[in-house]
Design a protein. Structure first.
Ligand code: PGA
Length: 265
């Protein structure tokens, strides 16, 4: 099955009104005709996950561009006395198309459990937003040889109880924690092996959804390594942190995911 490649930037807690404006301007100016056309024809998707206070700015700036924008987290609650949280309705009101959930920085810093991540993605699905569910093992799990079991456990917990249609609507971002912000990306072969394992796990639930679902890789993705990752059959794009804050670097990563730039699988 042909899956539409997806490249998302994760700004994390970075940015200012002025910095966002110049980053987006630089990005839109450097995408080039091939990526631009692919994005306009929906054969390539690209976007940014931004801090909630900047959603209005980014929505206004990107509305006519074909690029997507979304949140970095979503509450598991609908509305009410939940200070500091952002609901799926709020994300939708700013025309977000997606939100990250379960990023390892939230799992670690805010002690988010698999169960909570499952509730959050349920809220997004209820509102027709695409959950980008982040999973990934720590260095100690990798060294112990339990990375696959750990990640499969996270995927299983997040997707529990979803029907085929809901399952197919997810994006899974595989982000080994040891590769995030370290400059040390997983090799394309190791990333491919984990993506294939995740797809195999999903196919136990639904063969058709497992074929449709996009599994993107995150962890020190750079322009220099992107093409090799995207050439792998089960790597459908990238979630890019640090490199997404540099317009030309991020633009090159998006361009490498252009179907025209792909070597045939
Ligand atoms: P990185 O971050 O590209 O800076 O490693 C990826 C992420 O955390 O989403």
């Amino acid at each position: 099955m042909q899956r539409v490649p997806l490249v998302l930037g994760n700004w994390k807690m970075n940015g200012s009104v002025q910095a966002n404006e110049s980053l987006l301007q630089g990005l839109l100016g450097s995408l080039g005709p091939e990526a631009d056309t692919a994005i306009k024809h929906d054969s390539l998707q690209a976007g940014v996950a931004v801090p909630a206070p900047y959603l209005f700015q980014v929505a206004t700036r990107l509305r006519m561009s074909g690029l997507l924008w979304g949140g970095q987290d979503c509450s598991n609650e609908v509305a009410g006395a939940f200070t500091g949280e952002v609901s799926a309705d709020m994300l939708k009101e700013f025309d977000c198309q997606f939100s990250l959930v379960g990023h390892s920085e939230r799992r670690q810093r805010a002690a988010e459990t698999n169960e909570l991540v499952g509730l959050k993605l349920g809220q997004l699905l209820n509102k027709g937003l695409t959950p980008v569910v982040c999973v990934g093992e720590s260095l100690s799990e990798r060294e112990k040889g339990s990375a696959q079991d750990f990640v499969v456990g996270q995927v299983r917990a997040a997707t529990k109880g979803l029907n085929d249609q809901q399952l197919a609507a997810l994006v899974i971002a595989y982000e080994p924690i040891w590769a995030i912000g370290t400059g040390k990306s997983a090799s394309s072969a190791d990333a491919q092996a984990m993506h294939a394992t995740i797809r195999e796990e999903l196919s136990q639930q639904s063969k058709s959804a497992a074929q449709a679902i996009r599994i993107i890789y995150g962890g020190s993705v750079k322009a220099a390594t992107a093409a090799d990752l995207f050439a792998q059959p089960d790597i459908d794009g990238a979630l890019v942190g640090g490199a997404s804050l540099d317009a030309s670097e991020f633009s090159s990563i998006i361009q490498s995911a252009c179907p025209a730039a792909q070597s045939p699988h």
